[in-house]
Write a protein that binds this ligand. Structure first.
Ligand SMILES: [Zn+2]
Length: 287
């Protein structure tokens, strides 16, 4: 008899940012980590960003499944906020395999170059908050891996909030762990999805999720305690369309920032709008 899979979601704290944008200080969005476990083994999807956040996650995992082994951590995309916890997890579970698609592993490597690690991540979170040295995932040879006879499938969905993003599909429990393809009541990041073409690609990625008919969709950044309902699919699409039309009607990055806050006053982290608003007006030809 095969085991029954179950899943739990951990939502990280919001890490204060050491930098300001447009004169405003803020904190990073909360990060979701999904734990899918059978009778003896488990898969974690994504990690948080800092040492203290990862230590909290480890305590949480030990509490959720005290007698099970963490076999895999799957990384949905290359942004460091989804995998800088790998070295600490491997210390705690020495047999843990960190895996990702080949393109995600290449993106992870780029995040460790001075341009991203020193100039972005360590500037936002200085003072030893991020574990060093970092360790990237191993590239997967096929698109699937298994625990206890259950299949986990990585699906590449292209450019969403960054390049070469993926989702993890767990068909046996109709679950999609969506990474940053889907957001849960947190302002979306358009710093890299800075053209209409890229935003349309993001919408197509969401349609790929819909075509799988999931019962549960876990957003990469979400409000703690919110249900991982499929309504997040519609909400994420609506937000992309609203941002797209705002890039055409608003006259400046500041106006776009204000407009999105007014449209979505309940979403967490309006600060996340700023990078996208700036990018949308930096390159007029991109619209
Ligand atoms: Zn993210």
């Amino acid at each position: 008899m095969t085991s029954i899979l179950r899943a739990d979601v951990h939502v990280s704290s919001r890490l204060p940012l050491a930098i300001t944008r447009m004169g405003e200080s803020s904190a990073f969005s909360p990060i979701s980590c999904t734990l899918i476990h059978g009778d003896r083994e488990a898969v974690l999807v994504d990690t948080p960003l800092s040492i203290s956040q990862t230590e909290s996650l480890i305590k949480w995992i030990e509490n959720v499944m005290p007698n099970k082994e963490l076999a895999y951590v799957y990384i949905t995309h290359g942004h460091g906020d989804h995998w800088f916890g790998i070295p600490l997890l491997k210390k705690r579970w020495p047999n843990l395999k960190a895996v990702a698609t080949k393109a995600t592993v290449e993106h992870m490597k780029r995040q460790l170059t001075p341009e991203y690690l020193d100039n972005r991540w360590l500037k936002m979170f200085p003072g030893g908050q991020i574990f060093q040295p970092q360790e990237v995932a191993q590239p997967m040879e096929t698109d699937t891996f298994m625990i206890e006879g259950h299949t986990f499938r990585a699906i590449e969905v292209g450019h969403t909030d960054t390049v070469d993003t993926t989702i993890l599909h767990v068909p046996d429990i109709h679950l999609v762990v969506a990474g940053d393809v889907v957001y849960g009541d947190v302002h979306q990041f358009f710093g890299e999805a800075n053209t209409t073409a890229k935003r349309e690609e993001w919408l197509r990625a969401i349609e790929t999720i819909e075509s799988l008919n999931p019962h549960t969709v876990v957003a990469g950044h979400k409000r703690e305690g919110s249900v991982d309902g499929i309504y997040n699919i519609a909400a994420t699409k609506e937000y992309i369309r609203a941002f797209e039309s705002a890039t055409k009607t608003c006259k400046s990055a500041e106006e776009l920032y204000e407009h999105m806050q007014q449209l979505y006053p309940n979403r967490i982290n309006p600060h996340a709008i700023l990078a996208g608003a700036t990018a949308a007006f930096k390159d007029e030809a991109s619209k």
